[in-house]
Ligand binder design. Structure first.
Ligand code: SF4
Ligand code: SF4
Length: 203
């Protein structure tokens, strides 16, 4: 009984071994790092060797892949940064492990709160990548990043990330999540058009 199982296992290994060379010839040297071949090697049609030579070769991640969150800022015509975050605190409230800390800006003259974060921290070692912060943010200001290469020797310097480190332009968001970005922009444009129509109708 055991002997047959072992022979079957060796047969599978031999099949993968031979198929690796067959696939190498079929892809004419493009099998290991071209986007087309990587897509095939991640799917059910993969044949032969399917491991990759990381970090030289990286598997593309799907759009909905999520690692740690980042904050989005819009860019003005002269390159000025405008935080989308209003420091409402909803993300910090819904975060299950409570790893978000926000300090709201205060107007130095009136002492009243200003809707933008003076400080914004995420402890990425505690973050469990659930994406709830991004789901609940009413301003599309926080989204889940694709960048997973965050290994470090210094937790306090690198893994308790502040606003500066967390902030990325909307164009970056559009590049990693094009379908989500397009849907949100269309919804925003629709909302603005409805608001404009209401105002002109009222006038
Ligand atoms: S990221 Fe969004 S939910 Fe969190 S404080 Fe800023 S605006 Fe509010
Ligand atoms: S992804 Fe989840 S755990 Fe991480 S900061 Fe957002 S809500 Fe918290």
């Amino acid at each position: 009984m055991y002997g047959i199982g072992m022979l079957k296992g060796l047969g599978v290994t031999l099949k993968h071994f031979v198929n690796t060379y067959v696939e190498d010839i079929r892809w004419l040297g493009q099998r290991y790092d071209s986007p087309g071949s990587l897509a095939v090697r991640q799917g059910s049609k993969a044949r032969g060797l399917f491991t990759v030579q990381y970090p030289e070769v990286k598997l593309p991640v799907p759009e909905e892949f999520r690692f740690i969150p980042f904050l989005i800022y819009d860019e003005g015509p002269n390159g000025e940064k405008k935080d989308r975050c209003t420091s409402c605190g909803i993300c910090a409230k819904v975060c299950p492990p409570q790893c978000i800390w926000i300090v709201r800006t205060t107007d130095p003259v009136t002492g009243r709160p200003v809707p933008e974060p003076a400080e914004f921290y995420i402890d990425i070692d505690i973050c469990m990548n659930c994406g709830l912060c991004a789901e609940y943010c009413p301003f599309d200001a926080i989204k889940m990043d694709h960048d997973y290469e965050l290994a470090t020797w210094d937790r306090h310097r690198d893994n308790i990330q502040g606003k500066e480190r967390l902030s990325k332009p909307a164009s970056y968001y559009a590049s990693i999540r094009p379908a989500n970005y397009a849907l949100e922009e269309a919804a925003r444009a629709e909302k603005q058009a409805a608001k404009a129509a209401k105002l002109s109708g009222g006038g």
